[in-house]
Design a protein around this ligand. Sequence first.
Ligand SMILES: C[S@@+](CC[C@H](N)C(=O)[O-])C[C@H]1O[C@@H](n2cnc3c(N)ncnc32)[C@H](O)[C@@H]1O
Length: 249
Amino acid sequence: MKYYESHEDAYRKIKKNNISSWDEFRKQSESFENFCMKEYLVTTLDKIKPISNARVLEIGCGTGPISCYLAQQGYNVDGIDISQTAIEIAQTNAKDRGLNIHYYVDDICSISKTRSDIYDIIIDGHCMHCITYDTDRHAALTNIFRLLKKSGYFVIETMSMEDSSQWPHSGRIDEQGIVWCEVKENYPYEKVKFEDKYWICTRRIMCSSDLENELKQTGFLVEHIEIKKEEKHEYMADFRAICRKPMSD
Ligand SMILES: C[S@@+](CC[C@H](N)C(=O)[O-])C[C@H]1O[C@@H](n2cnc3c(N)ncnc32)[C@H](O)[C@@H]1O
């Protein structure tokens, strides 16, 4: 099982403890409605002014706070997540709110290649930083690019850090910004052995210029970037970008 499939374990805890969302689980928000990306999403939608029934895909939708907000604004929303449990909770959350959202389990790194030019907007609310290796990130971004209509928007909010030596959380970070956490030998997800111990990669925390270059190398026009510094650790930030698929190839 791929390293990022380990999110399933967290969502089983979320379900067992009746927690509404990833942000609440991480103690970054107190309610489903007040998700961390909300303020940025509201200003971004105001800026890009999508057509009223725009088709939107949320990658890594979790239990669905962002997708529900988008559906409440009248958009036609699909949400994918690698975690079966997250998708089941998201479906219940949408049903409870009377929202019609198409949720399904899928992996943005290997999503079917038969579909292209479908979405007006694709949103990443903190999924891309869970995808750590260059090959997986390249696959995910190429798939996002292909699934967007020409002139469509990719809106991303993702963790970033200019100096990786200051990583403040658990685990250790390498020179590429990959965060490693020690696990037991029988840990079921893809792990790596070094220093005679087993490790799983959990995050990729890149600096803003590397994130911007990665988006440009995928083919995106990067129209807007902002960096929101964390209050507690001001060397940590959210990298926010509004990207566009060009009109012509
Ligand atoms: C930090 S959580 C954010 C969840 C959600 N956007 C929210 O705001 O509540 C990241 C999500 O990305 C999902 N994820 C990680 N890798 C994925 C992949 N390769 N394909 C699809 N989803 C993935 C995880 O299961 C998790 O739900």
